[in-house]
Design a protein. Structure first.
Length: 203
């Protein structure tokens, strides 16, 4: 589509990195541990760039800096574990982002038969394998195929917002959840634990 004749071309000054980081930080996210046992070596990072991508096939993604010293090792893993951190995992998150040799010190976790490392008390866990890597500027978008999911033990997720950790409690949530379809996408009511049917809820 061509721009209408009256449209003006606006050129923007280059965005300085601080401003851009602040704008990115305005978007709240959860935090995950991406971890595996690679050739017997516990390897992992904390990542707030995790997101769900596709239901069929089941895909998730996170972005990793091209300067990461861990990704070249972690990408060699047969399977990678994703653990959605719980709200008491703030110190764990810092540890997983800290010096490499101390990242798993004292942490309770399991190594699955596939070599994925999953943290205890995570809100949810995924056992994944590498699907595709897409270089995107100074990061690589890592697409992972999901083979297994776990409910995890932790109830409340850790939230990362404006470079700080926050907590989210179910009591804060609006109970009038999105339902049905939005722009053709199925919206999950997420109330399986109540065991009630849609018809009961609508009543
Ligand atoms: C809350 C939080 C979120 C992070 N998210 C990411 C991320 O999404 N992508 C990334 O490359 N690094 C992220 N990091 C940094 C990594 O955890 C790690 O510190 C970084 O990759 C440097 O270590 P490495 O050289 O061993 O990879 C995050 C750190 C913290 C504390």
């Amino acid at each position: 589509m061509t721009a209408p004749a009256h449209a003006r071309t606006v050129s923007f000054p280059a965005i300085d990195q601080r401003t851009l980081r602040d704008a990115f930080g305005a978007f709240p996210s959860g935090v995950v541990a991406v971890a595996a046992s690679v050739k017997g070596q516990l390897t992992g990072i904390a990542a707030s760039s995790f997101t769900s991508v596709s239901i069929d096939p089941p895909l998730v993604s996170f972005s990793i800096s091209t300067t990461s010293s861990t990704w070249p090792l972690l990408r060699e893993a047969d399977h990678l574990g994703i653990s959605v951190l719980a709200d008491h995992h703030d110190a764990v998150c810092r540890q997983l982002a800290g010096p490499r040799e101390e990242r798993f010190a004292g942490l309770p976790f399991v190594v699955t038969g596939t070599g994925a490392v999953l943290l205890d008390e995570a809100v949810a866990t995924y056992d994944c394998s590498l699907h595709e890597e897409v270089v995107a500027g100074d990061h690589v978008i890592v697409l992972l195929e999901v083979h297994q999911v776990g409910g995890g033990d932790g109830e409340h997720p850790l939230v990362f917002h404006r470079s700080a950790f926050a907590k989210l409690h179910r009591d804060d949530l609006d109970h009038a959840r999105l339902d049905g379809r939005i722009n053709g996408a199925e919206v999950d009511r997420g109330d399986r634990e109540s065991g009630s049917s849609d018809a009961e809820d609508a009543a």
